[in-house]
Design a protein around this ligand. Structure first.
Ligand code: SAH
Length: 459
């Protein structure tokens, strides 16, 4: 009989360990007789005394009691709350080391998942000021110690930690949250109670155009009734002159989804605008817009440079959102076809094409895989295909349909190195070589990786 594997540590045990690695979520890894322990706020090369919190079959969790030797890459005085809430889980790692960490994630998955260790991965492009960058905040509202509070949930919990300085958000957004919070308090609005499913105000969402400074405030409530909405709205508009739009969204569900289906405008427009690479974009509440405008411009510019576009090119902008990528280069090519699953985003894309005097762009609502098949059937022959999918990446069927029409180049923008590696493996099998990968840091202080890759058809 096979001897049962004995886990070498016990819950509540205290021991001294050396950190040998970082997980892709930025947790320190120590191994005790091959058994991994994951440890928050611990960096490779550090020697720490830990308390074992949880012991699972394959791995466990521990927390640091004491640092015996610290890393040269450690930032002294990092904010524990920001690490613990997951707002800035890498804040304890110096910024240059964060950039190396992100490149390594990609190098590792290309070797292990894609079996393409030879692909060239360039150094991560970082920000000069790697904080205060987020143009969007989604802040939960709850009652804490009898008072309406705004803040952030503790990691893996729904316990609200009241907070006013979110560090990675546009400071103007942080200010707006406090102002709106105080107005809600003044009018005695009832915060949502998740356990009882009572109370009303669930979230405050603030979006602010990086260049335009147009601000959109979304108040998400459980019920249709919104308290003294006229007074509240007029106080918000008075206190925040940048406010361009106030929206009331109703989310009656007991789910984690932040936005509900129903929205109405309380003030101004039902969208706001911003600029990217000199073009104007309208953005509706339901539409995706990159949260780091400064770095999104760098990312898109690299994508465009990688594509080396020519006037006769026919380009597909798959997962196009409000049309940002395609419209940034539309004037350089013959035609752009965009596809996106969110109806409101396609409405924005069409309006944006008008705002930017673009006449050679066509947009379809639908899933990229279905619409790609339709385009292939209709005889559309793209020479370049841009893809920018969500974290789950592309589907087999989308990749095969793309390879079938034989574009010269595929420009893959990814926010998830693991699914990216899985997808380029299939592209490789279908005759598309990954020439180079450029990581761009859109999410400083977090473990999120963003990259753009050039895939070239092998003749
Ligand atoms: N390229 C845009 C949006 C990228 S985010 C930008 O840079 O702003 C990914 C987009 O894919 C989102 O807008 C999301 O709504 C959309 N999406 C998600 N699943 C999709 C699918 N199956 N088909 C088409 N679009 C999808």
């Amino acid at each position: 009989m096979k001897k049962e594997y004995e886990i070498p540590v016990k819950k509540n045990q205290e021991l001294e360990v050396e950190i040998i690695d970082l997980t892709h979520e930025g947790l320190g890894v120590a191994k005790i007789a091959h058994y991994p322990l994951f440890i928050e706020n611990a960096l490779p090369t550090e020697i720490v005394k830990v308390h074992v919190l949880k012991v699972g079959k394959k791995f466990g969790y521990a927390k640091v009691l004491d640092y015996i030797k610290t890393s040269k890459d450690r930032v002294e005085g990092a904010n524990n709350q920001l690490i613990r809430t997951g707002i800035a889980p890498l804040q304890h790692l110096t910024y240059p080391a964060q950039l190396i960490f992100k490149r390594n994630q990609i190098v590792n998955v290309l070797a292990k998942t894609a079996k393409l260790p030879e692909v060239s991965v360039l150094s991560t492009i970082g920000m000069e000021q790697p904080y205060g960058y987020r143009n969007k905040a989604q802040i939960p509202v709850r009652k804490v110690n009898g008072e309406l509070e705004t803040g952030f949930f503790k990691k893996n919990s729904h316990e609200l930690v009241p907070m006013t300085d979110f560090y990675i958000q546009d400071p103007k957004i942080d200010e707006a949250i406090v102002i709106v919070r105080n107005i809600l308090r003044k009018f005695n609005v009832k915060p949502y109670d998740e356990v009882e499913h009572t109370g009303n105000i669930r979230n405050i969402i603030v979006r602010r155009g990086h260049y335009s400074h147009e601000m959109m405030i979304i108040l998400v409530t459980r019920t249709e009734k919104i308290f003294k909405n006229e007074q509240i709205t007029s106080e918000i508009v008075k206190a925040l002159p940048e406010v361009f739009s106030v929206i009331h969204n109703i989310q009656p569900a007991k789910s984690n989804a932040i936005l509900g289906k129903e929205s109405r405008v309380l003030f101004g427009k039902d969208s706001f605008r911003d600029e990217l690479l000199g073009h104007t974009f309208q953005i509706s509440p339901q539409s995706f817009y990159q949260v780091n405008t400064e770095m999104a411009e760098k990312l898109y510019q690299i994508a465009i440079d990688f594509a080396d576009l020519k006037p006769e090119d026919i380009a597909i902008d798959a997962y196009c959102g409000i049309g940002t990528i395609g419209q940034s280069f539309a004037k350089k090519v013959k035609h752009v076809y965009g596809v996106e699953i969110v109806k409101e985003a396609i409405q924005d894309a069409k309006i944006n094409a008008n705002l930017n005097d673009i006449e050679n762009a066509t947009y379809e609502v639908g899933s990229a895989e279905n619409v790609m098949h339709d385009w292939v059937k209709d005889g559309i022959k793209p020479s370049v295909v841009f893809v920018d999918p969500p974290r789950k990446g592309l589907t087999d069927s989308f990749i095969r349909a793309t390879a079938e029409v034989q574009p010269e180049k595929v420009i893959y923008i990814s926010c998830n190195a693991a699914t990216f590696a899985r997808d380029v493996k299939l592209f490789d099998e279908l005759g598309y070589k990954t020439e180079k990968v450029q990581p761009v840091d859109l999410f400083p202080q977090t473990y999120h990786v963003e990259l753009v890759a050039l895939l070239q058809r092998v003749k």
